[in-house]
Design a protein around this ligand. Structure first.
Ligand SMILES: [Fe+2]
Length: 171
């Protein structure tokens, strides 16, 4: 079925305060700044390319134009917003040990955890299905300064055949 896409590469989001967002993504997520452009007579609105490891960027921040009234921008939790667009952005951990340490790290940054930590395993209301649904990933959630919901997870299952967790997947 695939057409050759190898992975979801990066996400671009609007931010209301570039300096605040760069500080947040550096401290709380440990992202590195590849480059910050704009606001100097070049691009009118600043853009910041941030990366996890060495690939040029995994997240791009686009600052909303200065003339836009910040008071009119909805920075509530993106999961609760009644608009189209972003729901949440998920970052994967290769090791559960690191994911567990990240729970403590996010808390130590003074960031409120909105949901979790928990296992995405529940589907249905009886004991027979209580551990068979979902992706099996371990996850927790918090928001960035603009209300964009961030997920940290590990241990997501593969889908290569039908199962209780995905009875009729495209294969
Ligand atoms: Fe998710």
């Amino acid at each position: 079925m695939g057409i050759g896409i190898s992975s979801l590469g990066h996400v671009g989001i609007h931010v209301t305060d570039m300096d605040r967002s760069i500080a947040f993504y550096r401290k709380v997520l440990g992202l590195k700044v590849t480059g910050l452009w704009g606001g100097d007579g070049g691009r009118e609105n600043r853009q910041c390319f941030m990366r996890i490891e060495n690939m040029h960027h995994n997240l791009v921040l686009f600052e909303i134009p200065k003339e836009v009234d910040r008071a009119k921008i909805d920075t509530s939790d993106s999961v609760r917003r009644k608009i189209g667009g972003l729901h949440h952005i998920a970052f994967e951990f290769g090791e559960r040990e690191d994911w567990l340490l990240a729970v403590e790290h996010v808390r130590s940054c003074g960031v409120e955890i909105k949901a979790g930590p928990y296992v995405h395993a529940y589907e249905g209301k009886d004991a027979g299905t209580a551990f068979t649904g979902g992706s099996g990933s371990h996850a927790f959630y918090f928001c960035d300064p603009d209300g964009n919901r961030i997920e940290f997870y590990c241990w997501m299952m593969n889908v290569t055949k039908p199962s209780l967790a995905a009875p009729k997947p495209d294969l």
